[in-house]
Design a protein around this ligand. Structure first.
Ligand code: PEP
Ligand code: MN
Length: 337
């Protein structure tokens, strides 16, 4: 439930309300708005029984959150969440493009993407060092060696890094290298991983599961938020349907739907969403037109030899051309790139 506090309450009085909430075995999540502070009282609300919080000093009113996800819901927080990473704001007016290879393959290969995407206006470098491959015989990623190549590319380009963490046991090492953690589609319901990432309190991009409903997607985000980490970016990356012309069916409507239901920033991944490089540009443009806060795009200097996802990777030149088109669409919808 949402506990709305009286205006201009002193920190010590807010703390008393927090302690009261916690005395019922619930967790208190404070959200400071412009005018007043609200507290999300999260947990098994039956523990409160009929002991009303409404009469507690400092409390103005108590409202239920009707949706099953609480902290990530628009009911809990009306304004958009803006996440600060390395001096950049995600979820504000500016649209962020995170670009780079699917997999980190070598020190030079990362730079061959990192330098041109930076030049074209990307604001983050992506690249997988721990890869979630469908086949155990496919390239599984370079692990920590790959993270080191990403760190080198960050040093050279100044671009912050986003990279995937596959396993809670790798979390410490990945967190040491990256600016944003990526939780992949196949791990969207790895609840142990979600909980551990929630405890770290660093920015995380959560990708929608291959067959996840929007409600399941937001409940997974809630796992992270419930541990105290609300720096969550949601990423629509296509879902499994009966259609086979594209690798997945990119659910563009997920953007306005998620924006309505949640205050978290929403990204589109047109690379995994289509599986085809020639479909990446139109879907990227559509994503921004639909209100996405950013894009995740695979770029490879030589897609024909890529160790993963070559068919959906843009060459740097095509990526630069797309950035030019995106600028126009962003301006048309009141955003900037
Ligand atoms: C990726 O970003 O390279 C990736 C594996 O994405 P997804 O988890 O969406 O398949
Ligand atoms: Mn990929």
């Amino acid at each position: 439930m949402i506990v709305v506090l009286k205006p201009e309450l002193k920190p010590a009085d807010i703390q008393k309300v927090v302690e009261r909430i916690e005395s019922f075995g619930l967790r208190a999540h404070i959200s400071e708005g412009k005018e007043r502070t609200i507290i999300g009282a999260i947990g098994d609300e039956r523990l409160l029984a009929d002991q009303s919080l409404e009469s507690f000093p400092g409390v103005e009113k108590v409202l239920p959150i009707l949706k099953p996800y609480k902290l990530v819901s628009r009911e809990f927080q009306k304004h958009n969440t803006v996440i600060e990473v390395a001096g950049r704001e995600i979820g504000g007016r500016k649209i962020h493009v995170m670009a780079g290879p699917c997999s980190v393959e070598s020190r030079d290969q990362v730079l061959e993407s990192a330098l041109p995407v930076k030049e074209a206006g990307a604001t983050f470098l992506r690249g997988g060092a721990f890869k979630p491959r469908t086949s155990p015989y496919s390239f599984q990623g370079l692990g920590e060696e790959g993270l080191d190549y990403l760190a080198n590319a960050r040093k050279v380009t100044g671009l912050p890094i986003i990279t995937e963490v596959l396993d809670p046991r790798d979390l410490d090492v990945v967190a040491r290298y990256t600016d944003v953690l990526q939780i992949g589609a196949r791990n969207m319901q790895n609840f142990k991983l979600l909980t551990e990432v929630g405890r770290l309190k660093m920015p995380v991009m959560l990708k929608r599961g291959l067959s996840a409903t929007i409600q399941e997607f937001l409940l997974s985000a809630e796992y992270i938020a419930a541990e105290g980490n609300r720096k969550i970016i949601l990423c629509e990356r296509g879902i499994r349907t009966y259609e086979t012309e594209t690798r997945n069916t990119l659910d563009i409507s997920a953007v306005p739907v998620l924006k309505q239901l949640s205050h978290l920033p929403v990204f589109i991944d047109p690379s995994h969403g289509t599986g085809r490089w020639d479909m990446v540009a139109p879907m990227a443009l559509a994503g921004v037109a639909a209100g996405a806060d950013g894009l995740l795009i695979e770029v490879h200097s030589n897609p024909e030899t890529a160790l993963s996802d070559g068919p959906q990777s843009l060459k740097p030149k095509k990526f630069a051309a797309l950035m030019g088109e995106l600028k126009k669409v962003a301006a048309a919808v009141g955003r900037e790139l």
